[in-house]
Design a protein around this ligand. Structure first.
Ligand code: SF4
Length: 628
């Protein structure tokens, strides 16, 4: 197989040793990349029940069989480990530049175990592995640390993944950043990095990857940079980024507002994509070799507030979690909150949602001013957001409680605080309402690493014959429209395949915004690309099966950690009707219908209908009965 290095770097921080494994072609073909690589090693080598912050936890940084080539929207870095937020399988994806550089530096993945006696960072350059002292970097924010590392290595072009103080202080939803603006945000893996005293991994490579058919790869890249960019979806992403959703969601009454009590916010236009473009927007940026360039960069230079453009700009999820869920209509403040989270490496969704939970507790008398270091945690209070982010990152005062995540905080507060939780498996939910996107709701509930909006394309892509999803993903066996709010059997079947499809994109390191239905590159070109890079006859069926394999492996990982069908639930608020907006007085999910849909989902997956455990024959079918 071409396009791979056949090298997995194993680093033991306790012993300060490394070795290189060459797992061979069968491994790459079966596990593809990303979560596939990670789950293979995690299930084979990690004992059940280990503490996420123990040296025995494994932290896997993975590219894929096609990562590192100059092809459209294949920049993704997957990081996996046992999550300190959920206690189960943890995974986070990021764009940027680090994963392609890792491939050029000679590795397909890096697996880190153990714990360094003192802070270290790793320097990987063209096959060399150097352990570097990081005492002087510990406590530094990401921008300063990146500059110091590049200076020290005398390598301006070194790509760096790293944690800031949030990860060092073991905030359970700390993330990992590369190039300061690309974020492996979810499931708290930045805290696992912190628990290992690992500040950063710098990579630089000049090795040329051998590929099967360079002309074919160039043909796909050329198509994406010309025809692909004419696609309305790609144009929209380039023009406004994901923040474009704010105004439309607000009009539909589904913009999460006031910790999801409402679906519309007065003044939402002040935090919309259009307002961002026309006020603080500076430019659009992209990831490695991606012509779409959907990332926002913002700048604020007010006397009272500055936002540094090197930290990028807020996505829709961030505008929702620091804006409407807190009833904050100040875009500059939201941009600053985003910047602080990138400096400290905090996941913006979990940070904003944990603050929203705390505000709800405060408004309902479960937290007092005294509990909150004198801060008035009322919705809409602009004075408290930035201080709270800092307190969380540094675990100061009330920040120490909130750094544990909303579920653990609720258990500590008691007095019925659970009522204000909006989470699944301990992970705070993203900014998409399952009452109008039931498929997303099924994904929230079943997802192996807790609620996430990037597990599958969203329901509106499949609602009528002309919908973009139906036009572009027939090759997945999807032929018929399904209403967005339906929970019927067609929806369950649709989401089985969509979950597998986006897991497949994750495993390939492909960005969901680059490929159909959310992006312009069609499925046949994706398969052309995989075959051109690897020089192998890898098919769509083979890739979808590999994705299904990982869904089952992650499920098995969670089962041995004590998870069961009882954990596949939605937050209570979604069983209630909307209280305002166009759908006021209706919309609440029917609990029985949802539970029936879940049972059917288990059956279609080959899982036990009651327990949700994969059946032995399913694991055998997927060639992973060794997992048992
Ligand atoms: S579409 Fe956006 S997020 Fe995806 S690879 Fe391109 S620039 Fe990065």
């Amino acid at each position: 197989m071409q396009g791979i290095n056949n090298k997995i770097l194993r680093v033991d921080l306790t012993k300060k040793e490394f070795k290189i494994e060459e797992p061979g072609e069968k491994f790459y073909r079966k596990y593809i990349g990303g979560r596939g690589f990670a789950l293979y090693y995690m299930l084979k080598e990690m004992e059940p029940g280990i503490e996420p912050f123990s040296p025995d936890n494994m932290l896997v940084f993975a590219s894929s069989i096609i990562g590192g080539v100059t092809a459209p929207a294949i920049p993704r870095l997957t990081v996996c480990g046992k999550s300190p937020l959920t206690g189960g399988f943890g995974e986070a994806e990021a764009g940027g530049f680090w994963a392609p550089e890792l491939k050029k530096a000679g590795y397909d993945a890096v697996i880190v175990t153990g714990k360094a006696e003192k802070p270290v960072y790793l320097w990987l350059k063209d096959g060399e592995v150097v352990f570097k002292v990081a005492d002087h970097l510990w406590g530094k924010e990401t921008g300063d640390a990146q500059s110091l590392i590049r200076e020290e290595l005398a390598e301006d072009k070194a790509r760096i993944v790293q944690i800031g103080p949030g990860g060092e202080n073991l905030v359970r939803y700390a993330g990992i950043t590369n190039e300061l603006a690309h974020f492996n945000g979810r499931t708290g893996l930045g805290a696992v990095m912190g628990s290992k005293n690992l500040k950063a991994i710098a990579v630089w490579g000049t090795e040329k990857l051998e590929v099967g058919d360079i002309d074919k790869i160039r043909e796909v890249a050329r198509w994406a940079a010309t025809e692909g960019l004419k696609d309305p979806m790609a144009e929209g992403l380039h023009e406004l980024g994901t923040v474009a959703l704010v105004n439309s969601f607000n009009e539909q009454g589904i913009l999460p507002t006031r910790n999801w009590h409402k679906g519309q916010m007065e003044g939402a236009d002040k935090i919309s994509g259009e307002t961002m473009r026309d006020t603080i927007g500076k430019e659009a940026r992209g990831c490695y070799s991606c012509p779409i360039r959907c990332k926002r960069v913002v700048e604020v230079n007010d006397e009272s507030m500055k936002v540094d453009p090197k930290y990028g700009g807020p996505e829709y999820e961030t505008v929702g979690s620091f804006g409407s869920t807190l009833e904050i209509d100040d875009l500059k403040l939201i941009a600053k909150a985003n910047e602080l989270c990138n400096r400290y490496t905090l996941d913006t969704i979990s940070t904003g949602m944990t603050i929203a939970f705390a505000m709800d507790c405060f408004e309902n008398g479960l937290l007092t001013r005294e509990d909150c270091d004198g801060l008035e945690l009322t919705f809409g209070n602009k004075e408290v957001v930035l201080p709270l982010i800092q307190k969380i990152a540094l675990r100061e005062g009330i920040g120490d409680l909130l750094a544990e995540g909303s579920l653990r905080a609720a258990r500590k507060i008691g007095k019925g605080a659970e009522k204000y939780l909006r989470q699944v498996k301990g992970q705070e939910i993203p900014m998409h309402d399952p009452r109008v996107k039931t498929g997303v709701g099924l994904s929230y509930a079943v997802a192996d690493y807790g609620a996430d909006h990037m597990k599958a394309p969203h329901d509106p892509f499949y609602t009528d014959e002309d919908a973009v999803g139906l036009r572009t993903t027939k090759a997945l066996g999807i032929y018929d429209p399904v209403p967005a709010a339906s929970l019927g059997k067609e929806k369950v079947r649709l989401y089985k395949y969509l979950d597998m499809y986006w897991s497949m994109l994750d495993m390939l390191g492909a960005c969901d915004f680059g490929y159909v239905p959310r992006g312009p590159v069609p499925l046949d070109k994706l398969i052309d690309l995989v075959q051109a890079v690897t020089g192998e006859d890898i098919s769509l069926m083979e890739l979808m099966t590999a994705a299904e394999r990982t869904i089952n492996m992650a499920r098995m990982f969670n089962i041995r950690e004590g998870f069961s069908s009882k954990d596949d639930v939605l937050p209570e608020v979604f069983y209630e009707d909307f209280i305002a907006g166009p759908s006021a007085g209706s919309g609440g999910i029917d609990r029985e219908e949802f539970n029936e849909a879940l049972k059917l989902r288990y059956k279609l997956m080959g899982w036990d209908e009651q327990t949700g455990e994969p059946k032995e024959e399913k694991l055998l079918d997927l060639g992973i009965d060794w997992v048992l």
